[in-house]
Write a protein that binds this ligand. Structure first.
Ligand SMILES: [Zn+2]
Ligand SMILES: [Zn+2]
Length: 151
């Protein structure tokens, strides 16, 4: 169980963050962009209220256009290269944190997986977890604040 506030940072310690609200949703993303971003098989992500996340240090930002046409801006440490978090232009009131940067990543309970059609064949997903072939439908997870999913 992830307790708030929680903190994390990059590999070298230059970029740090603190989040004062619990995540709405916790999942892995198996899309090709996340495989490239993490140099690994998938990204592990949590989505939090934008205003609950404060980042210190001086992250660099990289922007790219997603298949959806939305602009994704990823904050990363310019010194060590760790990807920290990202923002999606379609959902400005949400930030996505990459779970590998948390101090206590083991406290995050993952129970959903997106872009599973790009999953590498040796990644085995627990049968009870939610799976989406492409983007996730997070409306049930945002039931207490559905407007967050809009602009
Ligand atoms: Zn760093
Ligand atoms: Zn992805």
């Amino acid at each position: 169980m992830l307790e708030v506030p929680f903190e994390g940072g990059c590999q070298c310690g230059e970029v740090r963050y603190r989040c004062t609200a619990p995540p709405f949703v916790s999942y892995t993303c198996h899309c090709l962009a996340c495989q490239h971003l993490t140099s690994s098989a998938f990204a592990t992500c949590i989505q939090v209220p934008a205003e609950a996340l404060s980042v210190s240090g001086s992250p660099s930002f990289r922007e790219r256009q997603a298949d959806s046409g939305n602009l994704l801006s990823t904050a990363f440490c310019a010194t060590c290269g760790s990807a920290i978090c990202s923002a999606n232009s379609a959902r400005p009131r949400i930030r996505t944190i990459y779970v590998g940067t948390l101090e206590r990543a083991e406290d995050v309970e993952i129970n959903a997986h997106i872009w599973t059609k790009r999953r590498l064949p040796w990644v085995v997903l627990p049968p009870s977890h939610r799976k989406f072939p492409e983007a996730g439908d997070w409306r049930p997870d945002y039931a207490r604040e559905p407007s967050r999913l809009e602009g």
